[in-house]
Every structure is written in structure tokens, then in C-alpha cells.
Design a protein. Structure first.
Ligand SMILES: [Ca+2]
Length: 347
């Protein structure tokens, strides 16, 4: 009888355990079995038993991460609302202050990489408020949760493996590897695969510490931009003025409409016009905000797209290659415009 009772209790406990895991993430496979298989694979791919023991000891999927991954997109913010919040007076003031404080690190890092420091600082400011908020999720736990969950499991399984390689190489201690809920890490919010492609050991200590070492942070953000076709001698673009006459304005927009935006970052680039030289834009009647001519001296080789995030009556921008590079960091016109306008304020 006691034995039977034990079996019944054990079965109930087993079933409720399985159900708890099913609630956490969408996967018919029991979490513990999934994890054992993952660890075996990691071991075969060169991750040490020691790192696996330290990182996965008692680690369970994080239901909060699944909730965040499932949530509906928030209400769409207009470009001007977004800019007002993200490029606030406080953020501009803090940016200038932080750039001055860290001048002896920022200036040589930016020079070595070949990216203007105001753009590195602007991305740093937009991503983590100049390193003051880098997220407080255990990166391995987040990635493990999203890899176990089946929605985007192959992507996150790859990221989880790379996160373990980062720990294996000793860039950061396991308990210090924190980040945002989806695994973006450190002051520049790099995913583990981006870490291996773009993180940069600026101070030469053989560690790429994108969490606490500002030289490495600046080097890494700069290197990401540099590796995505950054032009050091150019800016991001400029706010411009189209003809006042609505019909003329509409004619330019219709004429320059891009029917086949690039597949990479299509959602943002589908709102950009075709590329034209600054000389062409000038001939179409585009002028600076104050009515003066747009520069042609730097314009000979620059191809710019027209972006009007607020529609035909909203602000208009000509954006250069560097704007498209910022879009590779985060495929959102709001974001890239936020970085661009913040960089202008930090100039
Ligand atoms: Ca370093």
C-alpha cells in the first residue's frame, strides 16, 4: 500500500513537473532530457565539462523570458514621439558628460577603429544609456530558455553555444555574463555570434570585455560599424527641405519610389527612396532646412535615399551609406534616426 502510494505521488509529481515545463516553453520534449542532449552536443563541440557544470547547475527555463518573447508588439510610436523620448535633453547632457569623462579612452579607440566618436557614443547611449543599463538577465539562462522553446529554437541554440564559447575562452566570468532578456550582452548589446564577429580587444589584454571595459566597448561598437561599410569622412545624412508645393513634393516622392528594397532590413528600407547623388537631389529641388544649397563638394560620390518617416507632410531626410550601416545594428528607421540625431547633438 505504501509502495502504491509512493508510485501515485511520484507519478503526480512527475506529471506536474512536466506540465510546469510545458507551461514555461513550447516543447513536447521534457526540459531535463533536452538539456542533457544539448550538453552532450556542446561537450562534443569542445565546451568543457567544467563550464557546463558551472553554467547549467540548477538552471531552469525562465518563464519571464518566454512571456517577453510572446508579447504583442507595443503600440506603434510615431517617429517624432520616439525621437523626443530617445534623444531627450537628459540623454544629450549625459552623453556630453560621459564623453568628456572618458575622453582619454574614447578618442584613441575611435581613431584606431576609424569611426567618428560621436557615432560610437550615440549607439552606446541608445543601447544602454552610456553603459548604465545593460540588462540584468542571466544570458545563458535566457538563451537556454529560447533555445528550448520551439519558436526560434535553432537561432537561439546557436547563440547559446556561442555564449558558452565566450565563457570557455574566459572573456567574462559565468556569473557576470548578464544582458537583456533575449541575450544581447554588455554595453553595446551584442548577441554572442556578433561578439565573435565584431567584439574588439582594444586594450590588448586578450579579453574582449564588452561588459565592463570601456576601451573594448568603444572598440567593439566601432568595429561593428566599420565591418558594415562605414565611411569615416562622411556623416549619416541630413534633414532637408522638399519644395513647399505639395504637388511638386509628391512628384519627387513618386519619382524616387524604390519598388525593390534590399532584402536585408527590408522592413525599414522599404520606406526609403531609390538612391540618387546629392547633385541629382539638388536638381530635383531639395535644399537644406534653411533654404541654402545642399553641399556638392562632399556630394560627388555620395548616394542618398529620401526618408520621410512622418509621411509627405513630416520631416524629410536624405540618408547616406552610414545611415544604412546604423540600420545593420538595429533594423529600424526610428532607431537609426535616433542614433543619427543624437550623434549630431554630441558633435
Ligand atoms: Ca580587452
Amino acid at each position: 500500500m505504501i509502495r502504491l502510494l509512493f508510485i501515485i505521488i511520484a507519478s503526480i509529481s512527475f506529471i506536474s513537473n512536466v506540465n510546469a515545463q510545458r507551461q514555461v516553453a513550447d516543447n513536447p520534449q521534457t526540459f531535463s532530457i533536452w538539456l542533457e542532449e544539448f550538453k552532450l552536443e556542446a561537450l562534443q563541440e569542445g565546451i568543457s565539462q567544467k563550464i557546463l557544470d558551472v553554467t547549467f547547475d540548477g538552471l531552469l527555463p525562465n518563464p519571464r523570458v518566454v512571456d517577453l518573447d510572446r508579447r504583442q508588439p507595443e503600440f506603434t510610436q510615431s517617429s517624432s514621439e520616439y525621437i523626443k523620448i530617445r534623444v531627450s535633453e537628459t540623454r544629450i547632457k549625459n552623453g556630453k558628460k560621459r564623453m568628456a569623462e572618458l575622453q582619454s579612452v574614447l578618442d584613441p579607440s575611435a581613431k584606431t577603429i576609424g569611426v567618428q566618436k560621436r557615432f560610437i557614443a550615440a549607439i552606446w547611449g541608445m543601447e544602454t544609456n552610456y553603459g548604465s543599463y545593460t540588462g540584468n538577465f542571466n544570458v545563458v539562462r535566457s538563451l537556454m530558455t529560447l533555445a528550448y522553446d520551439m519558436r526560434r529554437s535553432s537561432f537561439f541554440r546557436r547563440e547559446l553555444h556561442k555564449a558558452l564559447v565566450i565563457l570557455e575562452e574566459g572573456h567574462i566570468a559565468p556569473d557576470a555574463m548578464i544582458g537583456s532578456w533575449a541575450g544581447a550582452m554588455g554595453q553595446g548589446q551584442f548577441m554572442p555570434t556578433s561578439f565573435f564577429a565584431y567584439a574588439y580587444d582594444m586594450d590588448g589584454d586578450n579579453k574582449k570585455d564588452i561588459w565592463t571595459n570601456e576601451a573594448d566597448v568603444f572598440g567593439s561598437i566601432g568595429n561593428y560599424l566599420k565591418q558594415h561599410t562605414w565611411h569615416e569622412n562622411q556623416t549619416w545624412g541630413r534633414e532637408i527641405k522638399l519644395p513647399d508645393d505639395l504637388m511638386e513634393r509628391k512628384a519627387i516622392v513618386d519619382l524616387t519610389h524604390e519598388p525593390n528594397p534590399p532584402r536585408s532590413c527590408k522592413s525599414a528600407l522599404s520606406l526609403h527612396s531609390k538612391k540618387y547623388s546629392l547633385t541629382d537631389w539638388k536638381e530635383m529641388g531639395v535644399v537644406n532646412l534653411d533654404g541654402s544649397d545642399i553641399p556638392e563638394a562632399i556630394g560627388a560620390g555620395i548616394e542618398a535615399t529620401l526618408l520621410m518617416p512622418g509621411g509627405i507632410n513630416g520631416p524629410a531626410y536624405l540618408t547616406y551609406q552610414n545611415f544604412r550601416t546604423i540600420l545593420t545594428y538595429n533594423c529600424s528607421n526610428h532607431y537609426a534616426l535616433g542614433v543619427s540625431l543624437l550623434s549630431d547633438e554630441l558633435k
